[in-house]
Design a protein around this ligand. Structure first.
Ligand code: GH3
Ligand code: MG
Ligand code: MG
Length: 360
């Protein structure tokens, strides 16, 4: 254990995260909470059958939506997104199978469970309805209990779909989120950066990449242990999150490296923002084993303002990386902006270690 009370540790990597990601991912909460009640839509041009179906289902705790034409059913569907649709096969303006085909063409993430009501038992109309997208059919006149039983089958199917979707959303979030810090991970930042870069190139707005790397971070682990290192990573991540606006993203690229993407900011604006990050980390103190620990990070910035005709995203990332390593070579705990054509790390910088312990 070192006796010094304050140790300046080396580099932190800083990648940036957007407010969007902050809002969506920190707690990893599934986005889709199960709704309290299922919604059922009845679409039938016959007032008598609408009443019969409503009556059959009235004992169930559904939110009921009633349409008297196929077109109205489409409109109400778009408005309310019912889980189950009980659909008459023959309606004057839009038949049941046509309604199903229109829903299918919308390429919905989640289709409703559709029970088609048919007056005819002939095989062809049943086949047409099922092929068009209905999940089940009931022949008129029907018994209340039979309709209810088929609706319950639909509810079980919808419930399973819903659970799968919740799990899928959770998996998607996990796949894009860094576990330790809750920040977007490398993949998430790269996806975001690619989209923003394309848009910036097309519309001519500024686009900046900031790469950050904690200084002498290995020595934090070596001296205070891995848990202390993790605490420093988490603190730096919080600094990044707290300073990240909705038009920006910050993420963890891996290890003690982070990346921030700024759009719609000029060079001075980015420099000011990054200086805020640098100084907030520098001013933070950590207490471990009775010692006070301080950490710093180095930053490399590269970007485009205006036309980006000759630059690629890879090119800008490489420039930011080269600027970061220039910052390391020039003493760490500093910000470097890439010079034109700077896309290679300066020679002999990757193996520099230890020189900055105890120094800012
Ligand atoms: P430099 O100033 O040149 O960047 O020096 P450095 O010590 O920060 O860089 P180096 O690449 O030598 O060491 C990075 C260290 O980061 C080594 C690794 O153990 C540590 N590290 C990477 N990921 C984690 C993590 O999730 N938790 C902890 N505690 N340490 C990590
Ligand atoms: Mg480092
Ligand atoms: Mg590193």
């Amino acid at each position: 254990m070192l006796e010094a009370e304050t140790i300046n540790i080396g580099t932190a990597m800083a990648f940036a995260s957007s407010r969007k990601m902050r809002e969506e991912s920190p707690t990893m909460a599934p986005r889709l909470a199960a709704p309290a009640r299922f919604k059922v839509m009845i679409a039938d041009d016959s007032p008598v059958y609408r009443k019969i179906v409503e009556h059959a289902l009235c004992a169930m705790p559904f939110d009921m939506i009633v349409a008297s034409t196929g077109r109205q059913a489409l409109q109400l569907f778009a408005e309310h997104r019912p889980d189950i649709v009980i659909l008459d096969r023959i309606m004057p303006d839009l038949t049941g199978p046509e309604f199903c085909r229109k829903l299918r063409s919308m390429r919905l993430k989640l289709m409703p469970y559709i029970v088609m009501l048919t007056g005819s038992t002939d095989k062809e109309s049943v086949v047409e309805g099922l092929d068009a997208g209905a999940d089940d059919y009931v022949t008129k006149p029907f018994h209340d209990q039979e309709l209810l039983a088929r609706v319950r089958v639909g509810l079980r199917t919808k419930e399973l779909q819903r659970q799968i979707e919740v799990k899928n959303n959770l998996l998607e979030q996990l796949a894009l989120t860094d576990e330790l810090t809750g920040l977007p991970n490398r993949r998430a930042v790269q996806d975001w950066a690619a989209r923003e870069f394309e848009s910036a190139s097309r519309h001519g707005f500024p686009f900046w990449v900031v790469m950050a790397d904690l200084d002498r971070f290995k020595s934090v682990n070596d001296v205070f242990g891995h848990a202390a290192g993790d605490a420093v990573l988490s603190k730096f991540s919080r600094i990044l999150k707290n300073n990240c606006r909705s038009s920006e993203i910050c993420g963890r690229f891996g290890g003690e490296e982070f990346v921030l993407i700024y759009t719609h900011s000029d060079r001075e604006g980015v420099l000011t923002a990054v200086e805020r990050l640098r100084s907030q980390l520098e001013e933070s103190t950590f207490a471990f084993s009775g010692c006070e620990l301080r950490a710093t990070a180095s930053f490399g910035i590269a970007g485009i303002e205006g036309s980006a005709a000759s630059r690629t995203l890879e090119d800008i990332l490489a420039s930011a990386d080269a600027a970061l390593y220039s910052a390391k070579r020039r003493g760490r705990n500093r910000i470097e902006v890439a010079k034109a054509g700077m896309t290679q790390r300066p020679q002999g910088t990757s193996s520099v270690t230890g020189a900055n312990v105890g120094q800012h």
